[in-house]
Design a protein around this ligand. Structure first.
Ligand code: ADP
Length: 383
């Protein structure tokens, strides 16, 4: 019973006629063009789809050669068909084009040898699929990609030229302001003038840092934040940066704690200084009412662990997962009118990641934040 329900083996069934007319139907209604030519390139079979692409009724093909029907095209087809007949290898997915009814069409063509088993090759099978629409979409996608790339290049060029010009002007401005301040010190400067000059110096420095951040952001986008590699001691580096940051700490108090003599790692000292400076300046900036800001350094296994804590405004829970995205700023930072661009932490993360490390943040809104950076120690420093 079970056996009887199997279809009869190939060629031995009682319904070859049904099979054949089904096969004919299959070929006739196929949404791809189909044809078979013999060794003289005579059409033995053509379906409607291919006939339409050739611009002739299917019946008009049969028994006639490609030389007779398409004298201008056959020179293009002939070498490929010959190759298929001579080598027995198919030529698949050729991207060709044709003009049908005066319209340009993109077509994908495959030629393949038609033979029964190991028997002689009886002709060339031709499969043609019109791909005009796909190619048009592909072309559109390529054009918009090219436009987007050109826009990004123009933006980066503008950014780097503008930044260069701005930096030069700022440097001149800052130099003059600092010089005037120094000269005027001896001449007993009024409080108001001292404040004005201090403002010019601070704001110039702030602008200059912002320009540096924008340039770094553009470098990261282009994959060109090239880090140097040298041996360095993170303890010395972090202590120095903390001491520098203490100068403009504002209402918060800044402390450094570390029980270790040295933490040797390989990396880019200037960029790691930037990481620490950025975390500390954020901790101070987002502690407008003061509180303790602390940097502590330790070691866990093969990693240096650097933690920056503050008791400032904190970060809302929903902002935590976005904090390292470029230009992201938490609502409470903006609400508190604390100036910033939202670029710094994205650069910090990139630098840490490029050192093989990682950064994490935890925070309690209104109570403070903790940023933890883990960096792999130099191989010879890990016992
Ligand atoms: P910026 O401070 O220039 O806005 P950052 O990229 O350094 O940019 O920081 C992104 C955002 O993360 C900040 O706008 C702020 O919302 C939040 N943030 C960063 N550090 C702290 C911190 N110590 N305390 C509270 N919020 C912080």
């Amino acid at each position: 019973m079970h056996e009887a329900s199997h279809p009869p083996p190939h060629g031995a069934g009682p319904q070859p006629e049904v099979d054949r007319s089904l096969l004919d139907l299959l070929i006739e209604v196929a949404p791809v063009g189909f044809a078979l030519v013999d060794h003289e390139f005579r059409y033995l079979r053509v379906n409607e789809r291919l006939a339409a692409l050739n611009g002739l009724p299917a019946a008009a093909h049969l028994g006639r050669t490609a030389y007779e029907l398409f004298p201008s095209m056959v020179a293009r087809w002939e070498p490929l068909w010959r190759q298929v007949l001579e080598t027995g290898e198919p030529a698949l997915n050729l991207e060709l084009s044709a003009v049908v009814d005066g319209r340009w069409r993109a077509i994908n063509v495959s030629y393949y040898p038609v033979r029964a088993g190991d028997g002689p090759i009886q002709g060339v099978g031709i499969l043609v699929e019109e791909t005009t629409e796909q190619r048009r979409l592909y072309q559109l996608a390529r054009e918009s990609l090219a436009r987007a790339e050109a826009a990004v290049r123009a933006r980066d060029a503008f950014l780097s030229i503008a930044a260069h010009e701005l930096k030069n002007s700022l440097a001149a401005l800052l130099g003059q302001a600092q010089l005037t301040r120094r000269r005027a010190e001896g001449e007993g400067l009024s409080d108001a003038s001292r404040r004005s000059l201090g403002l010019v110096v601070d704001q110039s420095l702030r602008l200059s840092r912002m320009i540096d951040d924008l340039l770094d952001f553009s470098r990261i986008e282009q994959g060109q934040l090239n880090l140097t590699q040298a041996s360095l001691d993170l303890v010395e580096l972090a202590r120095r940066v903390t001491a520098e940051a203490a100068v403009g700490a504002g209402p918060a108090s800044l402390s450094f704690s570390c029980d270790l003599e040295r933490l040797a790692l390989r990396g880019d000292a200037t960029r790691l200084e930037q990481v620490i400076r950025n975390l500390l300046s954020n901790a101070l900036k987002y502690s407008p009412a003061g509180g303790a800001v602390g940097l502590s350094l330790g070691r866990e296994g093969g990693e240096a662990v650097l933690i920056v804590r503050d008791e400032g405004i904190g970060i809302p829970g929903e902002a935590l997962e976005h904090l390292f995205e470029p230009f992201y700023r938490a609502a409470n930072a903006q609400g508190a009118q604390i100036a910033g661009s939202g670029i710094g932490l994205s650069i910090v993360r990139e630098i840490v990641v490029q050192h093989g490390g990682r950064i994490a943040v935890s925070s309690e809104l209104g109570r403070g934040s903790i940023f933890t950076v883990r960096l792999p120690l130099a191989a010879d420093a890990v016992q």
